[in-house]
Design a protein around this ligand. Sequence first.
Ligand SMILES: [Zn+2]
Length: 315
Amino acid sequence: MDVSKSTHSGRAIPFPARDALPFRPLTPRRGRLWLGLALSGGIGLLAWRRRSLTSGGALGAMATGTSIFGLGGWPWGLSLIYFFVSSTLLSHFHAREKAAIAADKFSKGSQRDLAQVAANGGMASLYALANASARSEALRETLQAGFVGALATATADTWATEAGVLSSARPRLLTTGQPVEPGTSGGITLPGSLASALGAFSLGLVLWLTGGLRKSLASLPVISLVSGLAGSACDSLLGATVQAMYFCPTCQRETERPIHSCNTRTQPLRGLSWCNNDVVNFFATLAGSLVAIVLHGILHVFSALRKRTLSRQEL
Ligand SMILES: [Zn+2]
């Protein structure tokens, strides 16, 4: 009997066709989607119970985690976990001082809500969605650069905010160099900037390591460092210029809050009324990802040119 022929024809197989199965077989992607849902669901629930996320924030974290794990793959998912876990650990340093600054300055409390999660992780999720339908390796590498740029910006920004509190010197505005109160949008400090660089570089390193240390992707940590710093500079620049800032007449202080922690309705001071911290963060991650894509493209062209020169020398 010709076995190969009978299995090829399909009719000879005594099992129902794939479509007729009562369940859909678990492909690697579907497996990762479920795993991403389970992991981010667990982390989201834990963060919600610890009050570091609101219920909306926890749902946003689940959507971000599931899409990045399922559609981006293991290295992307592990990079996201690295961002989340490192930021959470850093937030425990000098937690009391930070809570005081947050209540005074930031538009929202220490609990992250849906808009904050979307502002930090939304761009990275969009790259994961695009990655799911990318057909060529070159396009996937480009999207990976965009992903690392977006997440590096979020990491750099979060690490800078958490470490900036440790600065003994007052932050200075990126635009004018004027000293400002700690927690002011657009203000930068030396420990904050060093933390930015470290956060962005280490994120790229995690992505490269978990992706199997491929020689062709060895530039990822540097792309991540440069794009993370560029995105975070963009964040400070927008924070110092177009972000809505208010003034509390009771406390005589600048704040991001339309209603201050003392319950006084604040007065508009500068910036665009619709442009809050979430909007600024979203545009910063967009800028960081575009810088990473351009950088990836330049490095790609350079390595192609070098290969051509080398092959000519061999002739
Ligand atoms: Zn006040």
